[in-house]
Design a protein around this ligand. Structure first.
Ligand SMILES: Nc1ccn([C@@H]2O[C@H](COP(=O)(O)OP(=O)(O)O[C@@H]3[C@@H](O)[C@H](O)[C@@H](O)[C@H](O)[C@@H]3O)[C@@H](O)[C@H]2O)c(=O)n1
Ligand SMILES: O=P([O-])([O-])O[C@@H]1[C@@H](O)[C@H](O)[C@@H](O)[C@H](O)[C@@H]1O
Length: 384
């Protein structure tokens, strides 16, 4: 394809003029492929790709999302309108597109809001990692008239290429989902705040479970309940088992619950389904599971006064270490994060040393809490 119609002579300002908000046009095939489901219906993170695309575009601040899909358009858009607010709209015929800036989105593009925001700062730019481009109205009309954006955009000269600022890839077809979900996990599976046990032991354990569940659309809150149930089951087996092998089994269940506790967040992030409600549920269930596990160790140790004393100290310190995260989110790095505490409890149970485990946990968590509180207090402004 020759240079875009109306393409400015090199050096003129039009391509770089970022004036005006961008309108997104999701360019789908006018006719669905005969042999396979249309790529936009492939489930990514538990929702059809077209739904994810509309959601990400709105999350990136795009004020209008149009869907160009030939005669399929009105039906597709009707479904989107029912599931999105603000909704998507059918794209008018290319010749009727008003002047302005357009973000052209390929049917198979999988991307995040960060990539959209970065691209939308300019005009005349195309993403090298997925079919995304910001062009002016003339070029948009030309691409839409030519058919699916994937091929038409590649042929337009004069577009500056730019790697994705965030996440972006192209879903080849519905068999490519595994690769895309691995890439999404790589980007969103772990958190910057993960502790050492979490990063090097728990995330590798939770990753295959998440990759199995992320495409199903399973509710993250349900997964929070499952990891809670596994941890509490471990606590019960430890507390009431009475044999070395039940202690070992209990320890394994506690560590399994520890690792599984990352699956809910991983599935939520990959599927763009994180929620404040889910975060609260996750944290509250974790606190109860922590207390249940400590109670299980106290019962396994014999339930004597000394066992309850260490259990109380371990529980109080554990709650304080977690509470610091609420009181002072930017507090210095806490060492006895939940991933470390639960691994310590699991090992104590597995080697049938519940009292020793409680004593070590009690000393470490309270020392860590005292250390971090002292640092926070030193930084806190004095009386004014
Ligand atoms: N129903 C839900 C559950 C979670 N979210 C969102 O996810 C984060 C929680 O992220 P994640 O589950 O990845 O990690 P978490 O903070 O739970 O930390 C666990 C530790 O508890 C565990 O001990 C450790 O082993 C594990 O590896 C993790 O580090 C939540 O804040 C929400 O934003 C949601 O939306 N809905
Ligand atoms: O590691 P920690 O801070 O003691 O406890 C954590 C909480 O602070 C966090 O809010 C929650 O999402 C984690 O699942 C874990 O429960």
């Amino acid at each position: 394809m020759t240079r875009g119609k109306g393409e400015p002579a090199p050096g003129t300002a039009r391509w770089s003029d970022p004036a005006g908000p961008v309108v997104a046009v999701v360019v789908l095939a006018a006719e669905p492929p005969a042999a396979r489901p249309p790529v936009e219906s492939t489930r990514v993170g538990g929702r059809p790709l077209l739904d994810r695309t509309v959601r990400v575009l709105h999350a990136a601040g795009v004020r209008r999302v149009l869907v160009s899909a030939g005669r399929r358009g009105p039906d597709l858009v009707a479904g989107l309108v029912a599931r999105h607010a603000p909704p998507a709209e059918p794209c008018p015929p290319p010749a009727d597109l008003p002047p302005g800036r357009y973000l052209l989105v390929g049917a198979a593009a999988v991307f995040d809001a960060e990539t959209v925001r970065d691209l939308a700062t300019e005009t005349g730019v195309r993403c090298t990692d997925a079919t995304l481009a910001v062009v002016d109205a003339d070029t948009a009309r030309e691409v839409l008239a030519a058919g699916p954006a994937d091929a038409a955009l590649a042929g337009i000269a004069g577009l500056r290429l730019r790697p994705a600022a965030g996440f972006a890839t192209t879903l080849v077809d519905d068999r490519d989902g595994r690769r895309v979900h691995r890439a999404l996990w790589q980007r969103y599976g772990s958190k910057s705040t993960d502790g050492l046990v979490c990063r090097y032991l728990n995330r590798p354990l939770s990753r295959p479970v998440t990759l199995l569940l992320a495409r199903t659309g399973v509710w993250p809150d349900l997964l929070s309940g499952v990891s809670f149930a596994v941890a509490v089951a471990g606590a019960a087996v430890i507390g009431f088992g009475g044999h070395w092998w039940t202690m070992l089994l209990g320890g394994v269940l506690v560590q399994a619950g520890n690792a599984l506790d990352g699956v809910d967040g991983e599935v939520a992030r990959i599927g763009l389904r994180t929620s404040r409600r889910g975060a609260l549920l996750d944290t509250i269930l974790d606190r109860y599971a922590d207390l249940a596990i400590i109670a299980g160790l106290v019962l396994a140790a014999g339930g004597r006064p000394v066992d309850w004393a260490f259990g109380f100290a371990a529980a109080a310190g554990s709650l304080l270490v977690s509470y610091i995260n609420v009181l002072a989110p930017g507090a210095p790095q806490r060492l006895l994060r939940r991933d470390v505490r639960l691994l310590l409890c699991a090992v104590a149970a597995a080697v049938s040393a519940p009292l020793a485990g409680l004593a070590v946990l009690a000393v470490l968590v309270n020392a860590d809490a005292a250390r971090v509180f002292a640092m926070v207090l030193r930084r806190a402004p004095g009386l004014r």
